[in-house]
Design a protein around this ligand. Structure first.
Ligand code: ADP
Ligand code: MG
Length: 340
């Protein structure tokens, strides 16, 4: 076994726990490995539970995100995992590690952002924990949600021939982060504000996840938090399938493409490996493709894009203009350099 975190990688670390944890509870439907854990409340209801943490200097820089935006984002990234299972979020628990220099105004702004978002999504804040942190702030949220057992959507369930679809643009968040970090004057240009907002103010697609799940239109789903390639790889692993991605069909915004061009970056890198777009990525039988596109557009005004096909052989391949690209799969890993 690799003897340090760099070698294990983030997913190696998770495996270290998932291999040893053998859930014994008879009500456990799903443990470690999907966007939420799933617990049977009754024959008519499943409880969904997810937890996600934002750490200063790892996930955010204090000087580039307002406390109000940070409060919203802390909740949004968790709601996105409930959305990925087709669930309805219900309650939240907030654990915070706070540095002594924080002003109370910072906290009230954070609180207002979080509660404003909670109100919009009908989520109640029901508890949490508050401790001191030495140098960096930490915000960790646990969110509960519910779903109907027959409407549960997991990462497993994709079948060869299924279409792979994305419910929005990818790469905007990575482009926004690039703008913020580059400190270039471009970040003040009106056209690029959308990219910065995508990074600082992501939207969880809860209504879309509910719609797809309640109409039983999708075979597998995940939210794109670590990049399309990496998150699609989670679906493929859970479903024991592979995938062919058509890079030319990837929904990249014209602003992201324009910025990438001016920075000498391949926009595909942002689209395929950029994280934190929090759009839903899902698979469906070929004959459901048009119905999904129509109902997402008419019922929610959301455009859905087909980006590829699920295959039998367990590889992810990326094609552009008829040529298979030689891409080392990238995506966000908290401990990069892993052997995994
Ligand atoms: P997501 O990006 O959807 O939030 P992650 O990649 O963070 O999912 O986690 C993948 C899976 O591993 C999830 O089921 C999560 O609950 C689980 N997981 C992550 N870290 C731990 C841990 N320290 N102990 C147990 N399970 C974990
Ligand atoms: Mg997720």
């Amino acid at each position: 076994m690799p003897d340090d975190l760099q070698q294990l990688g983030e997913f190696g670390v998770i495996e270290l726990f998932s291999q040893a944890a053998k859930p014994a509870g008879s009500r456990v439907v799903l443990g470690i490995g999907d966007d939420c854990a799933v617990w049977r409340v009754s024959e008519a209801e499943y409880l969904l539970v997810t937890t996600d943490m934002l750490v200063e200097r790892v996930h955010f820089l204090r000087e580039y995100i307002t406390p109000r935006q940070l409060g919203r984002k802390t909740l949004m990234v968790n709601l996105s995992d409930i959305a990925a299972m087709g669930g309805q979020p219900t309650a939240a628990f907030l654990a915070m590690g706070l540095t002594a220099d924080l002003k109370s105004e910072y906290l009230t702004e954070f609180r207002d952002g979080l509660l404003e978002c909670a109100l919009e999504y009908n989520v109640d804040l029901l508890g949490g924990d508050t401790v001191a942190a030495q140098a960096d702030m930490v915000f960790c949220l646990t969110v509960l949600g519910v779903t109907n057992p027959d409407q549960l959507v997991t990462r497993a369930g994709a079948r060869p021939g299924d279409r792979i679809m994305l419910a929005g643009f990818v790469g905007d968040s990575a482009a926004g982060l690039h703008l913020i970090l580059s400190k270039s004057a471009k970040r003040l240009e009106h056209g690029y504000q959308k990219l910065i907002r995508a990074h600082l103010e992501p939207q969880a697609q809860v209504a879309l996840g509910r719609l797809l799940a309640s109409k039983k239109l999708v075979s597998a789903m995940i939210d794109v938090s670590d990049g399309v390639e990496q998150d699609l790889a989670h679906i493929c692993r859970a479903s024991a399938v592979g995938a062919d991605i058509q890079a030319d069909s990837l929904p990249l915004s014209k602003q992201a493409c324009q910025l990438a061009k001016s920075a000498g970056i391949d926009p595909l890198d942002w689209g395929l490996s950029g994280g934190e777009d929090f759009v839903l990525l899902f698979c469906c039988a070929e004959d459901k493709e048009d119905q999904i596109k129509n109902c997402c557009l008419t019922e929610l005004g959301t455009q859905v894009f087909t980006i590829g096909t699920i295959t039998e052989d367990k590889k992810i391949r990326v094609n552009s203009q008829g040529v298979w690209l030689d891409r080392a799969a990238k995506g966000y890993d908290h401990f990069p350099g892993s052997l995994a």
